[in-house]
Ligand binder design. Structure first.
Ligand SMILES: C[S@@+](CC[C@H](N)C(=O)[O-])C[C@H]1O[C@@H](n2cnc3c(N)ncnc32)[C@H](O)[C@@H]1O
Length: 502
């Protein structure tokens, strides 16, 4: 049963406040033609029938059991039509989408990332060429927008990842140009009984189909968040909730049409209005992977965190003079061919040395041709820059890459102007930067493409010098005492807050 639930992503909406909110957002009328594209056990159908027992509802459901249960449950309702079909591939629905849609209202909790076999994935890619076929909910959303009549309203509950992730760029453009968003409610996934995915929150998007792009783009829509419990969905005008208003045209002009929704409007504004981004002033690149770290990577102590399964590096095999070796990217001849490498892990400013990569000529030849290895962005290996771990524990952190190799769990940041290095090291450790990156990408991931979008404000020379010398103080202190003065760090943060305004 659990396996079946996973296959069809049959997580039913067992939450009256969620169902009631979504149905209320539809502004139902007696003669509406309504559609639920993934019926499950019929929670939405029941809620609609409670309001209008003669509501005209079409339901699609793929799964045998669920289909049978639905048929039994609504056998006495002649205006409820249940079909066993695949909403994404069904010919009738495809046909009706092509003719401008047939439904006044659509409500759904579509499957999120349901498993698709390869044959179906290929079909979906052909049917929805611009969309990310692995993430089913976006395909349902697209199909259902197509199925709405002009002026028709849809309410969908989905993860909030479509608001920001690169792979959902096309669905964002579709929503922004073909519909008018009425309301977007954002809340923790734990509000949904039985679901709590750490990687995203949930969203309920209510929108109205619009055949005028101009009308769509001049639409202001409301985003509500700040929910502390699910009951608050019954009154989204509640003063305790947070509301933000956005113009669709502004969202469309954001890079990748991303929705940057910040509690602090200054943060959102800074992202939307910035002239310069980190990607303009620095190269942001992912690092190296040997393809087989157990064989090529060694540690300098058996007690190193996560280092248990790696061989111990022999002191004599470590090369400390590698910066003077010409053609270092071809590897090192001789016995001294292990080089320090910076790996992930959330340490600020400076990471203690612990990991060493085999950089013999033979090993490098292997890295260059091995399928699993990633000999990527080698022009940045052994350069002086900053490393930001791809995954942050709570806040984003950064440490120096002091002319070392850096691995693929790190995004290497190499400013075009080297005098910005210490400033950027401070910035990437600051709460200001953390606020920005979490709006740009709400998950705890910091891939290079998102880091590039962080707004950059060029400090004047005085601030640059002050922050530079404070960072130097911190680095010296870590080198000599393995700790640093938090007051110095706070002073830096205050200066950065002063620059950005938050
Ligand atoms: C997340 S559940 C939601 C069910 C119900 N609407 C609710 O909210 O409780 C998704 C439902 O969609 C069905 N489903 C999955 N893929 C489908 C498809 N391609 N076409 C139609 N139904 C599908 C599943 O079997 C499951 O019952």
């Amino acid at each position: 049963m659990i396996q079946e639930a996973r296959k069809y992503q049959a997580f039913y909406t067992k939450s009256t406040p969620i169902v009631d909110y979504m149905v209320s957002k539809l502004s139902l009328k007696n003669d509406d033609k309504i559609f639920d594209p993934c019926g499950g056990d019929g929670v939405f159908v029941e809620a609609i029938l409670d309001i209008n027992e003669f509501a005209n509802i079409d339901v699609c459901e793929l799964n045998d059991n669920a289909f049978n249960i639905l048929q039994d449950k609504f056998a006495k309702h002649p205006t409820v039509h249940i079909r066993q079909c695949d909403t994404l591939l069904d010919n009738d629905l495809f046909f009706n989408s092509g003719f401008g849609g047939i439904y006044d209202k659509i409500v759904a909790n579509p499957p999120y990332g349901a498993w698709q076999d390869y044959e179906k994935r290929d079909k979906l890619k052909k049917l929805f060429p611009n969309l990310y076929a692995k993430e089913t909910y976006a395909l349902f959303l697209f199909r259902c927008i197509e199925l709405l009549k002009n002026g028709g309203i849809l309410s969908f509950i989905t993860p909030d990842t479509f608001l920001n992730l690169h792979m959902h760029k096309a669905i964002r453009k579709h929503i922004l140009t073909k519909t008018k968003i009425i309301e977007l409610a954002l809340f923790p996934s734990s509000f949904f009984p039985g679901i709590n995915f750490g990687y995203a929150n949930l969203s309920i998007i209510t929108l109205q189909k619009s055949d005028s792009k101009t009308d769509s783009l001049s639409n202001h829509f409301r985003v509500v968040n700040g929910f502390s419990n699910v009951m608050q969905l019954s009154n989204t005008s509640d003063k305790q909730l947070k509301s933000f208003f956005f113009l669709q045209n502004d969202v469309l002009t954001n890079s990748d049409h991303a929705f940057f929704i910040a509690d602090n409007s200054k943060v959102g504004e800074s992202i939307n209005k910035t002239k310069l981004k980190i990607g303009d002033i620095a190269a942001c690149v992912t690092g190296f992977y040997s393809g087989d770290d157990k064989t090529f990577l060694q540690v300098n102590s058996p007690d190193l965190k996560n280092g248990k399964n790696y061989g111990l590096v022999v002191d004599n095999s470590i090369n400390r003079d590698y910066q003077n070796i010409r053609d270092i990217l071809d590897g090192i001849e001789g016995e001294k061919h292990f080089l320090p490498i910076v790996k992930g892990g959330n340490t600020k400013y400076l990471k203690p040395e612990g990991w060493f990569m085999n950089w013999s000529k033979e090993a490098v030849r292997h890295y260059r041709i091995d399928k699993k290895a990633r000999f990527q962005n080698p022009q940045f290996y052994f350069k002086y820059g900053i490393g930001v771990p791809m995954i942050s524990s709570s806040s984003i952190t950064a440490s120096l890459i002091e002319n070392k190799l850096f691995d693929q769990s790190i995004v290497g940041i190499f400013p075009k102007d080297e005098k910005l290095t210490y400033y950027l090291l401070a910035f990437f450790n600051s709460p200001t930067c953390n606020k920005l990156i979490r709006i740009i990408n709400p998950s705890a991931n910091n891939p290079a493409n998102y880091i590039k979008k962080i707004p950059f404000i060029m400090p004047d020379d005085k601030i640059l010098d002050t922050i530079g010398s404070k960072v130097e103080e911190i680095l010296q202190s870590i080198k000599t005492k393995s700790e640093y003065d938090r007051e110095t760090e706070d002073e830096i943060y205050r200066l950065i807050t002063g620059l950005y305004g938050f």
